[in-house]
Design a binder for this molecule. Structure first.
Ligand code: PLP
Length: 436
């Protein structure tokens, strides 16, 4: 691999002397960077300030002079309509590619719905099945690396988590089929099917069909299909956008209509923490859910539903809005990918994914190096997601995965943070080879 006119040599092929020279040079650079007193944060997938600005008019579509009735004449300022106003269901249904009747709009957070769904299954059971709290063992399958907050929910309830390796096509389906069909203690699986967190992978048609055709040993097994990044493309060109099969439809076709809970939110469309979140599922599952919801609340925030409907109007406008997000995000992703390729490509010390959407890049260091790289970055003033966070119990068995979150910092800051990541990866990798 050529870098300028210098031939980049694989670290594994370097002599001890070459490694020591490399270490000395990198060490000098590291000390210089430390003196810069950087304070950069590449740890969480939050939209940047200018992305939030895109939705400011959401705050103007309702004011004291507004008409507050929904399309059926219900006053959105008052109690009523537990499952969401019809026009909000249509909008979220379109975003999620499901029939609006198969959806309930909740409050502001899909993670909250996922927590409630697990919690309800624990205390009251799923559709008349034994509550999980009365069972000796409850297990969840966890595609890894995955989303740390999913794993925190299942850990919180004492659910045993089983790692399932991810591939660019989705989770290892041989393993999924094996566990789901043979072990009745397996009650669920966490999935981020499109632009997955952290790899940015999207499930292939075959993967989705194999999910839909599962034969669970447990009647209350459910797929937790977290479609958080359903419309979050980085490119407008349809050729560069991932498309996945719609899981509810596939499950219906396969004779498994009740097997999925699908979650969605506008957290990374409008304002995180102040958006709309929804669950889509079969009528049987929704009926079961609503039985508990009626105890939990008299209704969610219908004014926010009205606000979102009036702000977007239709799905085409929502896509146009996402394209503006992409304009901000794309240069950040591209800069990181270009830098990693130019600086680490060919060295044999790291691999990374190249997502076409979503919020993250997944970075694989040499085995046993991720924690040390994250610690070194912190020493140089760059905060990354803690190594291990992408695995259940915070334990990455290979200590190699680092989640890169390009969205929040400004491009200039991100350039510096990426340079630090590159430097620390080289430094820690050289140290590893010197220690062998
Ligand atoms: N699901 C995934 C996969 C996420 O990455 C995130 C946020 O990073 C969430 C859910 C959180 O969604 P919400 O804000 O709707 O709770």
């Amino acid at each position: 691999m050529l870098k300028g006119d210098i031939i980049m040599k694989k670290y594994a092929e370097m002599t001890r002397e070459e490694l020591l020279t490399e270490q000395a040079e990198l060490g000098k650079k590291f000390e210089e960077i430390k003196k810069m007193g950087l304070k950069l944060d590449m740890s969480r997938g939050k939209p940047a300030h200018n992305q939030l600005e895109l939705s400011n008019e959401l705050m103007d579509v309702l004011n004291s002079d507004s008409y507050f009735m929904d399309e059926t004449g219900t006053d959105c300022r008052n109690y009523g309509i537990l499952s969401g106003i019809p026009e909000a269901k249509r909008l979220m249904g379109a975003m999620s590619e499901v029939n609006p009747d198969d959806m309930i709009i909740y409050g502001n957070s899909s993670l909250n719905i996922m927590f409630d769904t697990v919690s309800r299954s624990f205390t009251h059971g799923v559709c008349g099945n034994t509550p999980w709290c009365r069972l000796d063992k409850v297990k969840f399958l966890c595609p890894v690396p995955g989303y740390d907050r999913h794993f925190r929910i299942t850990e919180y309830f004492g659910i045993e988590m089983i790692n399932i390796p991810m591939t660019p096509e989705g989770p290892d389906m041989d393993l999924v089929e094996h566990y789901v069909s043979t072990d009745p203690a397996v009650k669920g699986i966490w999935c981020v099917p499109k632009y997955s967190n952290p790899q940015g992978y999207s499930y292939s048609d075959e993967t989705v069909r194999r999910f839909a055709a599962l034969h669970p040993a447990a009647p209350d097994f459910r797929i937790y299909w977290d479609n958080a990044y359903s419309i979050h493309h980085l490119y407008d060109d349809p050729e560069k956008q991932d498309v996945i099969l719609e899981i509810l439809e596939e499950c219906r076709k396969a004779g498994n209509p009740d097997m999925v809970f699908k979650f969605i939110s506008t957290s990374k469309v409008t304002f995180p923490g102040s958006g709309l979140a929804a669950i889509a599922s079969s009528q049987a599952n929704l009926k079961d859910t609503q039985k508990h919801m009626t105890v939990q609340t008299i209704g969610f925030d219908k004014l926010n539903q009205l606000r979102h409907v009036r702000f977007f109007g239709n799905m085409a406008n929502m896509h146009a809005h996402m394209s503006k997000h992409a304009e901000i995000l794309r240069p950040k992703f591209e800069m990181i990918l270009d830098t990693l390729k130019a600086e680490l490509g060919g060295l044999g010390i790291a691999e990374w994914t190249e997502p076409r959407g979503g919020y993250f890049i997944s970075f694989e260091s040499l085995e046993g190096c991720a924690k040390a790289i994250v610690a070194k970055c912190a020493e140089a003033g760059v905060k990354l997601t803690p190594a291990g966070a992408t695995y259940p119990y915070g334990k990455d068995p290979h200590d190699s995965n680092i989640r890169i979150a390009p969205s929040y910092p400004k491009l200039k800051e991100l350039e510096k943070a990426t340079a630090v990541l590159v430097l620390c990866t080289k430094l820690v990798s050289v140290e590893k080879y010197l220690s062998i």
